[in-house]
Design a protein around this ligand. Structure first.
Ligand SMILES: C[S@@+](CC[C@H](N)C(=O)[O-])C[C@H]1O[C@@H](n2cnc3c(N)ncnc32)[C@H](O)[C@@H]1O
Length: 277
């Protein structure tokens, strides 16, 4: 079996199984099975696969056809140009979340202490520590997620203090300049409508934010006002139709509120500032 034939057959199987981007997916899975980059295939289409490579590729195709996301098969996802390790203990970092990071980099240039609440793989915390070179604390309720995040921090040489706690309960009052969070925000009522790759494979603790998906925003507004220093920023990623209710729950504690859209033109990031300074 040559690389070219394996890719053709893999692509066909994936297409028949209704998997999106079947050619790209076949290439990603074969590259993982062979321990090479996808570019290698273009120079070596007639190379024969070893039996082990073929067996691995077959297993990965089978897993993908059962709905397992490619990232959980390869244990890898790029975020902000860096490779992050992902396991099923963490949500796969999404490109939309890079908007949150960009806003935090813009508004957090002078931040001495940054907190990432619900750090998952550590994508946000690690990126902000490396870009801002500031003190970063990252929390999560899941010990398994924190293990993945601290491994990512170690591999990417980011200095982060990890705390296992409920949201920011272990963070001292008025000690933080920037509180960033991409909290679980899928409404429980939308569970059945989720893609199977998300619903059946990503950790529920990372997805659901109560009946309307708003539970964590309510808590972040209250706890943000407690842990932020005067003039500090709260920054959150939002789901669709969540901007208005989040604005309402912020109340009058915040002076400035800024909203930025994602590439699809949907309001994706909200930043709110405490009065002071
Ligand atoms: C939507 S994921 C975001 C992960 C990561 N920050 C990212 O953007 O890819 C939400 C994260 O919040 C964590 N989480 C859920 N409930 C929590 C709580 N009560 N306290 C702290 N973290 C929590 C989950 O374990 C998950 O890692």
């Amino acid at each position: 079996m040559t690389i070219a034939t394996a890719l053709r057959q893999g692509e066909q199987l994936l297409a028949e199984g209704g998997v999106a981007a079947p050619r790209l997916t076949a290439e990603v899975l074969l590259a993982h099975a062979m321990g090479c980059g996808r570019a290698y295939f273009y120079g070596h289409p007639e190379q024969e696969l070893t039996q082990i490579q073929w067996l691995h590729f077959g297993r990965y195709l089978h897993e993908r056809l059962r709905g397992k996301p490619s990232q959980y098969i390869t244990c890898r996802q790029e975020f902000y140009g860096r490779p992050f390790r992902v396991t099923q203990a963490v949500m796969i970092p999404r490109p939309e979340t890079e908007h949150l990071v960009e806003t935090a980099i813009r508004l957090g240039r002078r931040a001495a202490t940054v907190v990432d609440a619900g750090c998952g793989s550590g994508a946000i915390a690690v990126t902000l520590q490396l870009e801002l070179r500031t003190r970063v604390l990252a929390t999560d309720i899941s010990a398994e997620a924190l293990a993945v995040a601290s491994e990512n921090a170690r591999r990417l040489a980011a200095a982060i203090d990890f705390l296992r706690c409920d949201l920011v309960s272990a963070v001292a009052d008025a000690s933080v300049d920037l509180l960033v969070s991409n909290p679980p925000y899928v409404p429980l009522t939308e569970k059945d409508a989720l893609q199977r790759e998300v619903r059946d494979w990503e950790p529920p603790v990372a997805l659901f934010g109560g009946p309307e998906g708003l539970d964590f925003y309510r808590r972040l507004a209250a706890e943000g006002a407690r842990i932020l220093r005067p003039g500090g920023w709260l920054m959150v990623e939002m789901g669709i139709r969540q901007l208005q209710p989040i604005r309402e729950m912020l109340g009058t504690d915040w002076t400035e509120v800024r909203v930025s859209d994602d590439l699809a033109g949907l309001p994706r990031v909200l930043a709110a500032r405490l009065p002071g300074r």
